[in-house]
Design a protein around this ligand. Structure first.
Ligand code: NAD
Length: 477
């Protein structure tokens, strides 16, 4: 199959929507239809069946073919990274276009491929035992509105690297860009010589279709990325589930920290895609003796400092329900993921466009501290010392076990917080995103599975172990 132009793909996407609307599609030749759909199906059943067929075909292909497929996916997604970010922003109206481009590039470059599936061998007098990582088959993947394309690209690289096929039920509010992304992925897979429909989706994703996917007998593993509702649903589905749930990542800054570096990192991290990413910094606990210095340094790095009266006014706008002290409030959905400039304009403040973040000095029981706000409005709480700051950070994280950050040069404090938080990601002296390999070491995933324990998922997470034993031979030393 020759490579399609962007115009052709757009046209194809429009045609697919029309075709699926028409019942006559069911009467056409099956294999032809599967090619034409480019992964988009009218219902979960046909999406799972097509993915199963593709999985069976993939199993007849070589491991090096799988590597070719992943290389072509990376190449194609790199070409479309900006376009996908633009479409995601236009459809969801969340976050910042430029930050979405960075997120796409991060997963394209840093999601591990098949090379991570290294086998393990045991040898001895009684021979050789080999452990290899095998695919599950068809995975049902549910993705969030906050990272629509980066989650789909990351999940596809990870799951296909492990040899699986994937059926996506994407967030309904990101269905256009997600469908387009899935068409592009299929195009890349087929171009590399892989089977059509290795990655599928339904034309009209809903909560009901997500639940149908969770129950479908053809789905062997679920991977859900989202809030508490979808995690609970997946965990009670009766299937094996990898669940990437919510977070409320706290930051502790102690008196030994490099305050300039801490300020830069916190503004960068907390404002990334307007705070909608699950790892983004959501509240800061700073030791009193360096609090003023930190706030001044954040202001010098494009943060706008709100006074108590302004915060009082803003609370009436950003919360639709205040559930009282030390409790998560209900955020105003229409302001989630908006720029600081737009949010602050709601209380009559006119701040420059390059202001990335609003910060506010609040008491520790303020609802903003306890809420996964997903807005670039960051509460800063003064604490008497590092010990009390770590304790309150533990509480504010709600036991999600997701992510936490500390700025300190005291190794005892760093160790204490790392142990106490018990999170999948603990970042020292950088933005939380460095835990995903962004301006940091290590690989990336946009599905961080804390409730079920896989942590930063990779192709190994989407594999099952198989053992092959040779008795009395093949130890060669
Ligand atoms: P969301 O929970 O509203 O939706 C996530 C997905 O789950 C969507 O596709 C949605 O349609 C589906 N869904 C929701 N409720 C469902 C139910 N009862 N049954 C079946 N499907 C259901 O979340 P969102 O607003 O899209 O994303 C933001 C949330 O996701 C935040 O809480 C964020 O922390 C979390 N998140 C976590 C990670 C991670 O890696 N841990 C990554 C991204 C986002």
């Amino acid at each position: 199959m020759s490579q399609l132009t962007e115009q052709q793909i757009n046209k194809m996407a429009a045609q697919i929507y029309q075709m699926i609307e028409k019942p006559s599609i069911k009467k056409t030749d099956k294999s032809e239809t599967e090619h034409q759909t480019m992964g988009v199906f009218p219902d979960i059943d046909s999406a799972v069946n097509a993915a199963k067929k593709a999985f069976d075909e993939l199993m007849t292909m070589s491991f090096s073919k799988r590597k070719d497929i992943i290389s072509e996916i990376r190449r194609s997604m790199d070409i479309h990274a900006e376009d996908l970010a633009r479409r995601a922003f236009a459809e969801t109206k969340l976050g910042r276009f430029t930050d979405k481009v960075e997120k796409n590039r991060l997963v394209i470059e840093k999601t591990p491929g098949p090379e991570i599936l290294e086998p393990v061998a045991f040898t001895g007098d009684r021979g050789l035992t080999l452990l290899e990582l095998a695919p599950y088959g068809v995975i049902g993947a549910i993705t969030p509105v906050t990272n629509p394309t980066s989650s789909i690209i990351c999940n596809t690289i990870g799951m296909v690297s492990a040899g699986n096929a994937v059926v996506f039920n994407v967030h309904p509010n990101a269905k256009e860009v997600s469908t387009y992304n899935i068409i592009l992925l299929n195009e890349a897979i087929v171009k590399a010589g892989g089977p059509p429909n290795l990655v599928t989706t339904v034309q009209k994703p809903t909560i009901e279709s997500a639940q149908a996917l969770m129950k479908h007998p053809g789905v062997r593993l679920l991977v859900v990325t989202g809030g508490a509702g979808v995690v609970n649903e997946a965990m009670s589905s009766g299937k094996r589930a990898i669940c990437a749930g919510p977070g409320n990542p706290p930051v502790v800054v102690d008196e030994t920290a490099d305050i300039e570096n801490a300020a830069r990192a916190i503004v960068k991290g907390a404002s990334m895609d307007n705070n909608i990413i699950c790892v983004d910094e959501k509240e800061v606990f700073v030791v009193e003796s360096v609090a003023d210095q930190l706030i001044r340094a954040m202001a010098a790095n494009k943060a706008y400092v709100l006074n108590p009266q302004q915060m009082f006014e803003l609370s009436k706008v950003i919360f639709t329900k205040d559930n009282g002290p030390e409790k998560p409030a209900v955020m105003n959905k229409s302001l989630i993921g908006k720029n600081a400039q737009e949010i602050l304009s709601k209380i009559g403040l006119n701040v420059p466009e390059d202001i990335r973040l609003a910060i506010v000095d609040v008491k520790k029981d303020h609802p903003l501290v306890w809420t996964e706000q997903m807005m670039p409005v960051l509460p800063i709480v003064r604490m008497p010392d590092a010990e009390s700051a770590i304790e309150i950070a533990k509480k504010a994280e709600h036991g999600f076990g997701h992510s936490a950050i500390m700025h300190s040069r005291n190794i005892d404090n760093l160790s204490k917080m790392a142990r106490r938080m018990d999170t999948s990601i603990f970042v020292k002296n950088g933005p939380a995103l460095s835990g995903l390999g962004y301006e940091g070491e290590g690989y990336c995933s946009f599905s961080i599975a804390s409730p079920t324990g896989e942590g930063i998922t990779n192709p190994r997470s989407f594999s099952r172990e198989r053992r092959c034993v040779m008795v009395d031979h093949f130890r060669i030393v």
